[in-house]
Ligand binder design. Structure first.
Ligand code: GFB
Length: 320
């Protein structure tokens, strides 16, 4: 089964976000017409606005990369926003796409859809086999609903809607705000600031023992385009690197790349979250895809992006 993107009108919903912008960059080499719309023109939480826009824009294919995202603390602090916003955005985009006769749609979820204590590495069939991790169950429930919505349109109407579940992503366009970010950009910023100030220590949240898998967002975008072209089935597909490391090991690696030589201390008032969520990469690998960006190389390029672009944004936001 293959879907040719050549000459197609392809809507990247969420093109301002880290994942959406990476998909839009990746699509430049696909000879397709990339469609985007800014939030100021169409609020994806507004069903009428979404339906009207899709009818006019006539996309053939859609990547649903629009979502409210954040790290462990943001997820735990704003459960209503993470559940409601994500449910409404995905429902509007998926239903609107179906109504407008979209030929192919790829919905992006997250590795947090799996049970907190799922056997590792986590295979796709582990979905809905146990309780979720409480710090992000709201986001997880919304993402599970998105997978089910794609499956429901396939079952009821034969729509070719598929889902991809990326692991923890990082890269250009990441959020470096320490309260709402994921661990990778937080550590890059903390290590940079600690080095610049000449601090003795850098503080990591939690015990440092949780294990996490990381994938560069450009690899994720490449996997999504690959799946859009070659995958067409009910079950979602894990998108990961197939390798994980502890938060403490990650902290050491980031400090090495950034050049911070001080110590590491732990803030045990912050949550650890799920102990481990290494996803099985077997299904995606069996389709012939593999990641190209090694972790250290990815951290180095993310740090460079932070120095060249992220820091400027931060200065504008804080008025420094
Ligand atoms: O990336 P992160 O925020 O999210 O945190 P999750 C991963 C681990 O890093 C946790 C630790 O054990 C954190 O306690 N950590 C250490 C830190 N220092 C820091 C820090 O300075 N900032 C942050 N943010 N973490 C998210 C979910 O879970 O993963 C989302 O909440 C989503 O729903 C995303 O699924 C991919 O990996 O725990």
């Amino acid at each position: 089964m293959s879907y040719d993107l050549k000459g197609k009108r392809v809507w990247v919903a969420g093109h301002r976000g880290m994942v959406g912008s990476a998909i839009a960059r990746r699509l430049k080499s696909e000879s397709c017409v990339v469609l985007t719309v800014d939030r100021s023109d169409v609020d994806l939480k507004d069903q009428t606005a979404v339906r009207t826009w899709i009818t006019k824009a006539r996309p053939d294919a859609v990547f649903v990369a629009a979502a409210k995202v954040g790290g462990i603390l943001a997820n735990d602090t704003y459960p209503a926003d993470f559940l409601y916003d994500n449910l409404v955005i995905e429902a509007n985009v998926i239903e609107g796409s179906f109504r407008a006769g979209v030929e192919k749609l790829l919905f992006l979820g997250s590795s947090c859809i799996y049970p907190k204590f799922a056997p590792q590495p986590i295979v796709e069939s582990a979905l809905l086999t146990g309780d979720l991790e409480p710090t992000n169950e709201w986001y997880a429930i919304a993402k599970i609903a998105g997978i089910k919505l794609c499956q429901a349109y396939r079952k009821q109407h034969g729509a070719d809607f598929i889902s991809a579940m990326p692991t923890n992503l990082y890269g250009p366009g990441d959020n470096f705000d320490l309260n709402s970010s994921h661990v990778m950009p937080a550590l890059i910023r903390k290590a940079h600031e600690a080095k610049t100030r000449g601090d003795k220590d850098l503080t990591v949240w939690g015990t440092g023992k949780p294990l996490r898998e990381f994938l560069h967002v450009d690899d994720c975008a490449d996997a999504c385009v690959h799946l859009m072209k070659c995958y067409s089935d009910v079950e979602h597909v894990n998108v990961g690197s197939g390798e994980d490391l502890s938060i403490l090991e990650l902290t050491r690696l980031v400090c090495e790349v950034v050049g911070f030589k001080g110590g590491i201390v732990h803030d045990l008032t912050k949550p650890d979250g799920t102990p481990r969520k290494l996803m099985s990469a077997a299904k995606l690998r069996s389709t012939g895809w593999r990641p190209l960006i090694a972790l250290e190389e990815g951290i180095r390029s993310s740090y460079n992006w932070y120095l060249e672009t992220g820091l400027q944004t931060q200065r504008v936001q804080t008025g420094d």
